[in-house]
Write a protein that binds this ligand. Structure first.
Ligand code: NAP
Length: 222
């Protein structure tokens, strides 16, 4: 089976289900025949999520303490939420760090093995990102640490600066944490879909930026 072919009929839960990457991922997974549950904060986001082929589920990951109910029975969970650039340090903790860790706890409690997280370049060295980025990168670093120590079948994806450019289907993935660059959100979603279908990516942490290697090939080479 080519590495890009996800296991048919997976049930995937995406935290941050109305995010830009998440919506791309929902389309890709739904088109490939998977069932996707998108955790969102507002009923206003229902139609976008449904249009992308996913089932909207209201779940504010900051308000909920236990996400077990939302992930129970899934084959995989993806953490694609983020407090966003307009938020202060406190929400980096409550969303980017604690949201990801709550999802880890829920996956462990309910026996969901597969966990994929959208982290960030620079999460390996929060101090190196400068004072402004530090709270964000610290939150991402702590989340990644919790994921890596979870005992789950995890993959940590660290994209470079995100753009809304159309995806090219070609990327660079590297374990060189000093690599820097930009990457379209659509290509991040393609990589996440490929990762979900490729057990060889389990236990891997990598930087993802634009490049010239087809997504499937790049993920297969991890
Ligand atoms: N910007 C960059 O250059 C960059 C680089 C590397 C990595 N990243 C990371 O990539 C990830 C995804 O990026 P993106 O552009 O797809 O982000 P996005 O469009 O901002 O999506 C993030 C989603 O998280 C949701 N969210 C926030 N708080 C929540 C809560 N309490 N409960 C449930 N959902 C909540 C938001 O919901 P609402 O719509 O309700 O606010 C939003 O839909 C983020 O983790 C980001 O930090 C970003």
């Amino acid at each position: 089976m080519p590495p890009s072919d996800s296991v048919p009929g997976m049930d995937v839960v995406i935290a941050g289900g109305h995010g830009k990457i998440a919506l791309h991922l929902e389309r890709l997974l739904a088109d490939a025949g998977h069932r996707v549950s998108a955790l969102i904060r507002s009923r206003d986001q229902d139609s976008d999520v449904r249009e992308a082929g996913a089932e909207p589920v209201i779940c504010d990951i900051e308000q909920e303490t236990d996400l077990s109910h939302y992930v129970s029975g899934a084959d995989a969970v993806v953490f694609a939420a983020g407090a966003g650039p307009g938020s202060g340090p406190e929400r980096k903790k409550t969303v980017d760090r604690d949201g990801a860790l709550k999802l880890v706890d829920a996956a462990r409690r309910t026996g969901v093995r597969r966990y994929v997280i959208v982290s960030s370049i620079g999460a390996d060295d929060p101090a190196g990102g400068g004072e402004q980025m530090r709270p964000y990168l610290e939150a991402k670093a702590e989340a990644d640490r919790g994921v890596a120590e979870s005992g789950l079948d995890w993959t940590i994806v660290r994209p470079g600066s995100l753009t809304d450019d159309p995806g090219t289907g070609q990327v660079t993935v590297t374990t060189d944490m000093s690599a820097r660059g930009r990457v379209p959100r659509e290509d991040v979603a393609r990589v996440l879909a490929a990762v979900l279908g490729n057990p060889g990516s389990i236990g891997k942490t990598f930087v993802l930026i634009g490049g010239d290697t087809p997504v499937d090939e790049a993920v297969a080479a991890l």
